[in-house]
Design a binder for this molecule. Structure first.
Ligand SMILES: Cc1cc2nc3c(=O)[nH]c(=O)nc-3n(C[C@H](O)[C@H](O)[C@H](O)COP(=O)(O)O)c2cc1C
Length: 95
């Protein structure tokens, strides 16, 4: 099970220049929320399903947060755009 996709909420970017643009918001603004969803899924499924954690992973610290919440695998999208492919190496070495 993959958790999560983007969010339609704008709370984390309120007041910023492009905050009201349409579409799903990804990256850091979705990090905390997606980590919460991962932990809820882990609690509900009690380890019966592997969870792929995704949302705002852009460092070893944010990757560890998803693993600690119960993810077995990680997916990176926006972090990959901002940090480039070397992000994967930094995450693996930093875990
Ligand atoms: C430009 C863009 C395109 C995306 N396209 C898809 C898609 O086609 N299908 C999908 O399930 N998720 C799609 N996503 C969601 C990502 O897979 C991911 O779940 C989400 O962006 C949160 O992760 P991130 O903070 O690492 O970007 C897309 C995200 C972005 C930014």
């Amino acid at each position: 099970m993959i958790a999560t996709n983007t969010t339609l909420e704008r709370e984390a970017v309120q007041g910023l220049q492009h905050a009201q643009e349409a579409g799903g918001l990804s990256g850091r603004p979705v990090r905390e929320k997606s980590t919460f969803v991962v932990s809820e899924l882990k609690r509900i499924t009690q380890g019966k399903l592997p969870i792929i954690g995704v949302g705002g992973i852009d460092s070893a610290e944010s990757a560890k947060e998803k693993l600690d919440a119960g993810a077995s695998l990680l997916q990176v999208y926006t972090g990959f755009i901002y940090e480039g492919p070397s992000l994967v190496k930094r995450i693996v070495e930093g875990l």
